[in-house]
Design a protein around this ligand. Structure first.
Ligand code: NAP
Length: 298
C-alpha cells in the first residue's frame, strides 16, 4: 500500500479489542484514508480487560477521532458514551465511536452492514419472512435493521437456557416499537424450527456454529427443508463457506457469507467519521486475498 506522510495534523483512529493482531480493519480504513486523500491513520489497539477503562479515557485526552470496538468491548463501552444513536440505544452495544469535539457518540453499524451486503446481492427485504438462528448481539443488530427495512416478520430461534425469557422480552419490546411481528422460539424444538424455516424467505445464521471449534457443526439438522428460492446467509466469513452455506448452495439456495457485512459495517463507520465513502467493491478482492490466503481475521 502507498502511504501518506504523517504530520502534526494527522488524525488518529483505531480499534479496541482483545485479541486483535490479525484484524483487517487497519487495512480497510488506512486504504480508504489514502483513496480519499484524508490525513489520518488507523491502528489496532490490543486492550487488556484491566486496561479498558484507561484506554477509553484516552480517547479525548489523545484526541482520537473515532474508534471501532470488537469483542469483548461492544457492551462495556456503552457507559462511556455521551450520546447514543437510535440503533445503538436499542441494541445495547456499540461497534463505532465518533469523537465530535470531545463528545463521544456510540453507533452500531453491524445491522446496516448486514442490510447493505444483502442489497449488494440484489436481495429485497421489504415484506420478506426472515428466520434468525441465535439471539446474541449480532442477531439484535440484524433484527433492528430488518425492521427498519420493513420485513414482514422475524422469527428467532434461541436455546431455552437462563437468558431465554429475557431475550423474549427484549424482542417483544423491539416488535412493539418497530411495529413488525417478532417471535422467539426454543432452538431445541426441531419440528417447529423446520416448519418455520420452510415458510421463510431468508434464513440467517447468527450463531457461532460453523466456525472455530464448531467448524464441523451446522445450525440446522435437516438441510433437505431448504428450497432453491430461499436466501441463506451466514454471518460467519471464516471459513469462507461454512458447512451450512455449502449444504444450502447444494440445495440451490442463494448463499451469502459474512464478508460483505464486515466490509459494509466498516464502510458505515468510515462514513460516520469522515463523511466520505469507502470503496467496498475496489477493496473486496484484496480483502479476500488477505483473509483466505494470508489468514487475517476481522
Ligand atoms: P453472541 O452475542 O455470543 O451470540 C451468539 C448466539 O449464538 C447466542 O444466541 C447463542 O445462544 C448462540 N449459540 C452459540 N452456540 C450455540 C449452539 N451450540 N447452539 C445454539 N445456539 C448457539 O455473538 P454475536 O456477536 O451475536 O456473533 C454471532 C456470530 O456472528 C459469530 O459467528 C460472529 O463471528 C458473527 N458476526 C459476524 C460479523 C461480520 O462482520 N460478519 C459481525 C458480528 C458478528 P444463547 O443465547 O443460547 O447463548
Amino acid at each position: 500500500m502507498e502511504t501518506q506522510k504523517i504530520g502534526g495534523r494527522t488524525q488518529l483512529y483505531g480499534i479496541f479489542a482483545h485479541p486483535i493482531k490479525h484484524s483487517l480493519s487497519p487495512f480497510l480504513h488506512n486504504q480508504s484514508f489514502l483513496d480519499n486523500d484524508i490525513d489520518a491513520r488507523y491502528l489496532a489497539f490490543d486492550v487488556e480487560p484491566n486496561e479498558f477503562d484507561a484506554a477509553m479515557k484516552s480517547i479525548q485526552a489523545l484526541n482520537i477521532g473515532g474508534l471501532n470496538l470488537s469483542m469483548p468491548y461492544k457492551e462495556k463501552a456503552l457507559s462511556y458514551m455521551d450520546e447514543l444513536s437510535p440503533e445503538a440505544e436499542f441494541i445495547g452495544a456499540i461497534n463505532t465511536i465518533l469523537n465530535r469535539d470531545d463528545v463521544l457518540i456510540g453507533y452500531n453499524t453491524d445491522g446496516i452492514g448486514f442490510v447493505r451486503s444483502l442489497e449488494a446481492e440484489n436481495i429485497q427485504l421489504a415484506n420478506q419472512r426472515v428466520v434468525l438462528l441465535g439471539a446474541g448481539g449480532a442477531s439484535k443488530a440484524v433484527a433492528y435493521q430488518l425492521c427498519q427495512n420493513h420485513v414482514k416478520e422475524i422469527i428467532i430461534f434461541k436455546r431455552k437456557n437462563r437468558t431465554f425469557q429475557e431475550v423474549c422480552n427484549y424482542f417483544k419490546g423491539m416488535s412493539e416499537k418497530c411495529h413488525i411481528p417478532i417471535r422467539v422460539f426454543p432452538y431445541e424444538d426441531h419440528l417447529n424450527l423446520n416448519h418455520k424455516i420452510k415458510n421463510s424467505d431468508i434464513i440467517v445464521n447468527c450463531t457461532n456454529i460453523g466456525m472455530g471449534h464448531l467448524e464441523e457443526a451446522m445450525p440446522i439438522n435437516d438441510l433437505s427443508i431448504l428450497e432453491k428460492n430461499q436466501v441463506v446467509v451466514d454471518l460467519i466469513y471464516q471459513p469462507q463457506e461454512t458447512l451450512f452455506l455449502k449444504g444450502a448452495k447444494k440445495r440451490g439456495c442463494h448463499t451469502i457469507n459474512g464478508l460483505g457485512i464486515l466490509l459494509y459495517q466498516a464502510a458505515e463507520a468510515f462514513n460516520i467519521w469522515t463523511g466520505s465513502d469507502m470503496s467496498v467493491s475496489n477493496i473486496e478482492e484484496t480483502v479476500k486475498r488477505k483473509l483466505y490466503k494470508e489468514g487475517s481475521t476481522s
